[in-house]
Design a protein around this ligand. Structure first.
Ligand code: SF4
Length: 431
């Protein structure tokens, strides 16, 4: 037994009986269980209960044993002077408040359904990646959709907080933050670090100086990344080498250690060299990029903002640190990659800007776009599919990622709508 489960049962009124009798033999009628408090102080604020025909308004404290009250020193703490009910699993000691009056106590061990306890044990045991898998029950569709909606907003709110942190580090420069976030997205998991290092050295303000000079722009990105070292480079890359030699001298630029980039088992279409050229190309083609994003009103405009129209192909074999055979890849971005940028960077940035500037229509627009984007495909989404939750749109996949990462992985089953459904007794009492 733990206090969290007792709180949960009290909060949701999942008790076996509605005729409650305190350990002092008095009748207890619950009008309001109170508001759960996750900070310091009593566990529930502003409860309303009737004890033997007298109405009481105040706080409720929850413990495993009633003697925990004394062990935690609540008898000397003013924060607990308005506790009107002590909820305990086991009543092992009579407890008094600061006025030396006995605090009404409700012992819960005979009031909780065995099935609830058994199922809670399964959740705590966590034998599957999704702990509830062995006893999984799909909530009612309406509850599930409300939960998905809330999780998807929660995920955006969480990203908003991260963006605000980056904003603090850039003196509220939205273009710079957007530029850096895009870079990390282009690095994906494997090369997020070198991409981050790149934009830490080549700032948005700095690269802006070269917006009219395509060759210099490419040379800056590819050269700083350390990919222009190959002695047998083709003509175009030799030109870039010379340009970078000039620019690095002019601006006192170092370059990254080429070993920072991971090629590993990635397919050529995901090589960091190709991603880097694509990133440079995308940035080059968009002046006031973030502002343009904010001006997008429709989903079609949003997608087209990230399309690269260049027909150019680059030889990623020639740019490979070990000098591989020529292999040409188009610079254009795949539909799937653009969707990933939209989900992970563009939409959260618009949402965050809307919150920051209190322009609610931008937050709504960002959320609508998520509803229009197709579902993502990854191992988390597959996991939910095996349990019967099939996502069709990106707001749903984002919600299910949030659920897995911030509820399942952090044992927050008691705060989860699915957990609630699983632990809910067949018959819920009205009190
Ligand atoms: S948080 Fe919810 S979905 Fe995840 S394991 Fe717990 S009950 Fe299941």
């Amino acid at each position: 037994m733990n206090e969290n489960l007792l709180q949960f049962i009290w909060q949701h009124k999942y008790l076996l009986e509605n005729k409650l009798i305190s350990s002092q033999g008095k009748t207890i009628e619950v009008i309001k269980p109170g508001l759960l408090n996750r900070d310091s102080g009593p566990d529930f604020f502003n409860a309303l209960i009737i004890i033997d025909n007298t109405k009481w308004a105040g706080n409720v404290e929850v413990h495993i044993n009633s003697s925990d009250w004394r062990k935690h020193g609540h008898q000397n703490d003013d924060a607990y002077h308005n506790v009107i009910l002590h909820l305990v699993w086991h009543h092992d000691e009579v407890i008094f408040n600061q006025q030396n009056e006995e605090i009404p106590t409700l012992e819960m061990k005979h009031l909780v359904q065995t099935e609830t306890l058994e199922k809670y044990k399964v959740l705590l045991l966590k034998k599957s990646i999704i702990a509830c898998e062995p006893i999984f029950t799909l909530p009612d569709p309406e509850i599930l959709w409300m939960w998905i909606d809330r999780l998807s907003t929660e995920r955006l709110e969480k990203k908003h907080l991260q963006i605000q942190m980056h904003l603090t580090n850039t003196a509220s420069h939205w273009e710079e933050v957007f530029f850096k976030q895009l870079a990390i997205c282009f690095g994906q998991k494997t090369n997020a670090n070198p991409f981050e290092l790149l934009t830490a050295n080549l700032s948005w303000n700095f690269v802006q100086k070269y917006f009219q000079q395509h060759l210099s722009f490419q040379a800056l990105f590819i050269g700083f990344a350390g990919f222009l070292n190959h002695p047998l480079a083709n003509n175009y890359n030799l030109t870039l080498q010379k340009e970078y030699a000039y620019l690095s001298k002019k601006h006192g630029l170092q370059k990254l250690d080429v070993l920072a980039w991971k090629f590993g088992k990635t397919r050529p279409a995901n090589f960091p060299t190709l991603r880097l050229v694509q990133f440079a190309e995308l940035i080059y083609s968009k002046h006031h990029f973030f502002q343009t994003l904010l001006n997008c009103k429709t989903y079609v405009e949003l997608v087209s903002l990230f399309e690269l129209t260049s027909q150019q192909k680059i030889d990623i074999g020639d740019l490979h640190p070990k000098g591989k055979e020529s292999h040409f890849e188009p610079i254009s971005l795949s539909k799937q990659f653009i969707e990933s940028i939209l989900i992970n960077v563009a939409i959260p940035m618009v949402f965050s800007y809307g919150k920051y500037t209190q322009q609610e229509f931008l937050c709504n627009r960002a959320q609508e776009w998520l509803h229009q984007l197709p579902a993502e495909s990854n191992h988390i989404i597959t996991l939910w599919k095996t349990l019967g939750i099939t996502c069709k749109k990106a707001n749903e996949t984002q919600a299910m990622i949030q659920l897995k990462n911030y509820y399942c992985d952090q044992n927050k089953c008691l705060q989860c709508a699915i957990g609630n459904q699983i632990l809910k007794p067949k018959k819920v009492l009205q009190y």
